[in-house]
Design a protein around this ligand. Structure first.
Ligand SMILES: [Ca+2]
Ligand SMILES: [Ca+2]
Ligand SMILES: [Ca+2]
Ligand SMILES: [Ca+2]
Length: 307
């Protein structure tokens, strides 16, 4: 493991570091009223001159929205999976004839690609917590690629107003279960998925971050809430343009890390608990996954190829 003061190998791209808050470019890409955290966006310039979109570039405005399992913003709050009318859920075309259905709970925002095609995005970028179902047609092997964004209120600083602190680093997480047309399990989120982070914040100090090859390890970095985190730093990496394609080589990425329901904090969220029979299925128990740091890693790309 190499410290950041050392030289970087070419397969170990150095992060671009920013410091302090981003400039707001959008006061809120979605309005769910007073109960929601506002999904602002911004840009921030790194010390190397590069410019970064925070919390992350996304297709929220242009992409189809995933159908709801549970969404307080529009009132589609199904009490259980049995109450969801699957026949009314649109079937997206990923090129192929086999039909699949995917159930997702994301903290906070996902963009779902199958075999390189962007199918649908999370209709609620920040809060309240929601959950979704996506139907699609595709042919095997399926390459499922998901861009995850753990949204933030303090743009560029990886934190939100929470638990009595103005700069509280929030956490992420994704759980998903893919079935075929017969309802048989095709894939579950687990540690066989690949996961890489592209935005780590807040960094109270920069030299806590250890980078080696494709390892971006922030486990030594503080995750404490503070009264004033406005001077903290962040680390950014460019996302490979073809990261979602079937032939992208994800073998160098780390495997996903799994987290318990308790660690992600879903036990009191109806968007999860109303559908625990699909996310905690006996003999097909999907795991929450993320890159190595559930709290500090804020833009995470996940991939899994299913035979
Ligand atoms: Ca969401
Ligand atoms: Ca979050
Ligand atoms: Ca589970
Ligand atoms: Ca976070």
């Amino acid at each position: 493991m190499m410290n950041l003061s050392s030289a970087f190998a070419t397969d170990s791209p150095a992060p671009s570091f920013t410091q302090g808050p981003a400039k707001i470019t959008n006061e809120g890409i979605f309005d769910c009223g007073l109960r929601a955290r506002i999904s602002k966006m911004g840009t921030i310039t790194a010390q190397d001159g590069s410019e970064w979109v925070v919390p992350g570039e996304n297709h929220f405005d242009s992409a189809p929205k995933a159908a709801d399992l549970y969404n307080e913003c529009n009132g589609n709050t199904h009490p259980s999976l049995e109450e969801v009318d699957l026949a009314s859920v649109p079937v997206f075309d990923a090129g192929g004839e086999e039909e699949f259905v995917m159930y997702l709970f994301a903290d906070n925002y996902f963009e779902l690609y199958v075999n390189g095609t962007l199918l649908a995005v999370d209709p609620v970028p920040f809060t309240p917590f929601n959950s979704n179902v996506v139907r699609f047609k595709a042919s095997r092997p399926l390459t499922v690629a998901i861009k995850m964004i753990d949204w933030e209120e303090n743009l560029g600083l990886g934190s939100e107003h929470n638990r009595g602190a103005d700069y509280h680093p929030g956490d992420g997480g994704l759980v998903a279960h893919i079935q075929d047309a017969k309802g048989e399990t095709v894939a579950l989120t687990d540690s066989s998925w690949k996961a890489q982070t592209f935005y780590i914040a807040p960094l109270q100090v920069r030299n806590c971050l250890m980078v080696s090859g494709q390892t971006r390890d922030s486990s030594r970095c503080a995750v404490t809430s503070v009264r004033n985190g406005s001077e903290f730093s962040a680390a950014h990496w460019a996302i490979p343009p073809q990261w979602m394609s079937a032939d992208f080589d994800d073998s160098i990425w780390p495997n996903a890390t799994t987290f318990t329901n308790r660690a992600v904090g879903v036990d009191n969220k109806r968007a999860y608990t109303n559908f625990s029979n699909i996310f905690d299925t006996q003999d097909a128990d999907a795991q929450f996954i993320w890159s190595s740091n559930l709290i500090l890693d804020n833009v995470v790309l996940l991939r899994k190829t299913i035979k």
